[in-house]
Design a protein around this ligand. Structure first.
Ligand code: 5GP
Ligand code: MN
Length: 324
């Protein structure tokens, strides 16, 4: 029986990372356990209302506590990432931990040797959906509580862009129907997650679209970039750039989009694509990253100008290879 359970998720936690972690947390508490969520860094404001999310130990704010929990855990649930490289500064500690490491995830190419037990389904809309499948099989006699259903709903909703992608299976909607049966309010959840932007964030979006977007019709590609100065000018807080890449992809005829943000010591990149175009492969091969076929993240350690130049140079071959 595990008594020191850690629920770990990835750097820059998103709605699925938080939703799936909180769902495990509530579920295990109800089984009489005392689990602890650990996150590499803080998560966006619009997710802070989620019940129990405030109990997460954030390594960026309390490294020694996060390390201590991970090193002394006997069970570690690794949620919504496929490799310990995604937990940033906790990578070495997590690898070193003697805990039984259980992966619950939907990203491509899980690092099989890093985990003891793997629940990975790349066809799943989200990790949160997988958590639903697991907890309802582990204890079929227990109804899913409303607060847990709410967290799972957040994970599915945010990872599918409000049910617009990665949700071609009817199962996702069956799970959502079950969640609604528990009494959650999807409308309110949507309001709390999406309609709480600050004025600064909306103006940052305007700046991106008016002044920082390049459309390359020959390559059916559009990209947006933001410098450190842009972020300062619009009083950036974590979460403010979430989803902006999708605007580039929503232009008619555009099939491949990228979003470059200048961070402390690197350029952080988001890639998005339509159909068969493989962002995961592109990011893994050229930009130290990965993810899913239609949504991947990456990093560049060159300057913004060099990074964008490299990106543009790679487009002709990428377009040819992916037939778009
Ligand atoms: P985003 O662009 O929203 O940061 O990330 C898109 C998707 O790619 C997410 O599912 C995320 O988990 C994954 N991802 C983001 N960054 C990385 C990375 O550096 N490596 C890998 N393997 N996946 C990433
Ligand atoms: Mn996810």
């Amino acid at each position: 029986m595990s008594e020191r359970i850690v629920i770990l998720s990835h750097y820059n936690p998103d709605g699925d990372a938080i939703g799936s972690s909180v769902a495990w947390y509530g579920y295990l508490q109800d089984l009489g356990k005392n689990p602890q969520m650990v996150l590499p860094n803080d998560f966006p404001q619009n997710l802070k209302w989620i019940k129990d999310s405030e109990t997460a130990v954030i390594a960026g704010q309390n490294m020694s506590k996060a390390e201590d929990l991970i090193l002394n855990a006997d069970l570690m649930i690794c949620n919504d990432f496929q490799s310990f490289s995604r937990v940033d500064k906790l990578e070495e500690i997590a690898k070193k931990s003697k805990a039984l490491k259980v992966l619950v995830d939907h990203h491509l190419e899980p690092e099989m040797e890093q985990f003891d037990l793997i629940f990975s389904n790349v066809e799943s809309s989200s990790t949160a959906e997988l958590v639903y499948e697991l907890i309802t099989r582990l204890t079929p006699e227990n109804p899913v509580k409303t607060a847990i259903a709410e967290a799972i709903y957040v994970g599915i909703m945010t990872d599918t862009g409000s049910f617009s992608y990665s949700c071609n299976h009817q199962r996702t909607f069956e799970v959502v129907a079950k969640l609604i049966e528990t009494g959650i309010d999807p409308w309110r959840i949507h309001q709390d997650i999406y309609n709480t932007f600050s004025e600064d964030r909306m103006r940052l979006l305007g700046h991106c679209l008016s002044n920082r977007m390049t459309v390359l019709p020959d390559f059916l590609t559009a990209y947006i970039y933001l410098t450190k100065e842009d972020l300062r000018n619009f009083r950036y807080i974590p979460g403010d750039t979430e989803g902006i890449v999708n605007y580039a992809l929503s232009i008619k005829g555009i099939k491949f989009a990228a979003f470059f943000t200048e961070r402390e010591n690197r350029i952080r990149i988001s890639f998005r694509s339509k159909g068969e175009i493989d962002c995961n492969e592109f990011s893994k091969t050229f930009f130290n990253g990965g993810g899913h076929r239609n949504a991947a993240g990456g990093n560049s350690f060159d300057t913004m100008q060099e990074t964008i130049q490299k990106f543009e140079t790679l487009l002709p071959e990428f377009k040819q290879k992916n037939n778009f």
